[in-house]
Write a protein that binds this ligand. Sequence first.
Ligand code: BES
Ligand code: MN
Ligand code: ZN
Length: 499
Amino acid sequence: MKLQGITANFAEANVDSLAVAVFKNEKATTAGLKELDKLTGGLIAAMMRSEGFNGEKNETALIRFVPKGAVKAGRLLLVGVGDEKAYNGPGVAAFVGTATRFLRKRDSKSIAVLPRLSGSAASAAQYAAQGFITSQFELDKYKTKDKLAKSVDSLTVCIDGAKPADVKNGIARGKAIGESMNFTRDLANEPPNILTPTEMARRAQAMAKETGLKCEILTEAQMEKLGMGSLLSVTKGSEQPAKMIVLRYEPAKSTGKKGELLALVGKGITFDTGGISLKPGEGMDAMKYDMSGGATVIGAMRAIALIKPTVPVLGVVAAVENMPDGKASRPSDVVTAMNGKTIEILNTDAEGRLILADAVAYAEKQGATRIVDMATLTGAVIIALGGHNTGIMGNDQALVDEIIACGKETGEGYWQLPLGKEYSADIRSDIADIKNIGPRGKAGTIMGAVFIEEFVDKAKWAHLDIAGTAWADGVKPHQAKGPTGVAIRTLVELVERSQ
Ligand code: BES
Ligand code: MN
Ligand code: ZN
């Protein structure tokens, strides 16, 4: 794919189609549209009149056969972006994504976009590039014919009067983030017979080699030595050996505070049957996405390796399959985690927290002072927040607030749920230190979080429950249905703010 920026003479861009962002209730006579309207002989004004095009979000109007000469592109696409005051970087990504998906259906191979975002040109270029790339992801990898999508191969981002270097840098960052989101989405979409824990580790390793990250894969024997009895209890029913994927980004020159280390930790359950506490058959297929937290860590580390911030980042993924078997863990088993705490397993389907317990403890042992874990941890978060917000909880309000702020900036919603002693008391076990479930039907998402909290010692920690946001059930104008790559943009922003 070819991505480039231009900073003047947009009408001369030699592309199949030109897409223009149009604000709600905007007239063709505003400063931003006037020139284009004139060049097209008043076609924009005519379109707004005849089609009632109003600039509402995701509204589209295609003007075919733009008179040759004035504008080089053969088609002009108007895309509504809503209220001008609320328009921002994520709005640019949605605009470019919508335009790309619309035009690729109509055989455009090269497009130019006019995002019309006031303020930072680098930011506009970044979101344009990211939106272009993520909008073209499709679920058709395993189709041998009737692939869903053609592709748009070339994007030209037009930002009037910008510094060419800003646009170029923005595009490079957006490309790194967008391609990394698609990398994560591809992993999340893989069937579990193909993406086993071993294969997930292999892909992380190959990515690390390409991008210059350090990568270490811990085997079950090594995890045994480290005392990870909680994680290992989950893999016992599986023929597939568990892997702990450890990725390290170390900057050439660090500007971070000495001794500070941010760790990203992910749940990588490559398939969740529930184990002996078997899930119902209906809908179980969805549980191939139960490694989305781990895939998010791998994708975020990829983006970080390419963007090269000046602070170190550690990535830890617990890759495990949860299966029922004669060797599988039973409800009522007691196991000991790496930090010495004993756990009564009362439901083998609450397995995510069991693997994260040892993964966060391992991250802290590796020197992490701030830990963000992400996991498709509970069905309860889907009931509470649906698909529009990720549940966030943590032991440090400043870290939680910072992640929420990074999400606001990058267009990803978070909603905080409370933690506290009263909730922690709900997972006290009668016979061990803690049990892996709380009271039936009560605060399921919080129960998952307070469990993981027991394995964080001194580090500042936040937990993202992405069960509702990692997979989109329907197609959107700018995005295919399926895995979303949620949280990567937030995490990259978080790392950059720590520099
Ligand atoms: N991976 C699931 C969470 C999940 C469930 C995500 C449904 C999406 C849809 C997790 O491992 C799980 O099974 N959680 C249980 C916990 C319960 C047994 C305490 C749940 O949410 O039902
Ligand atoms: Mn489960
Ligand atoms: Zn699970």
